[in-house]
Write a protein that binds this ligand. Sequence first.
Ligand SMILES: [Zn+2]
Length: 131
Amino acid sequence: MAEASRSESKRCVGTRKDGSPCAARVMGGGDRCFAHDPARVAQRDQARRKGGANSATAARAEKLVPAVLRPVLFTLLQTLQGAKAGTIEPRQATAIGSVARAIVAVYQVGTLEERLQALEAARATHEGSEA
Ligand SMILES: [Zn+2]
């Protein structure tokens, strides 16, 4: 009796997309086939979500520009459109461009300072370990 039930391959307890039982043969341990393995399903869902987010145009654009500079980019794009359409005076567009350049310059100094501090901290830690 026990011998007979062992020789029969185990069947998957998962459910197909149409609601019918899967009944595929189960290899190794567990009670689910390759397609219904909970660990694999979770992995697959995660990969799908990640792929969806990455393919979004907004997400791609946001990666190109640091968060603090996004409003600047937005304003510059609006200014460009306005200047092209004639709704913004050239003088105004030039002024906006100058301010945007100034903002970027301040941001660059800030990030350079941050990187310099990180480098100095790393160097101090390294020298400390050698001494
Ligand atoms: Zn299955």
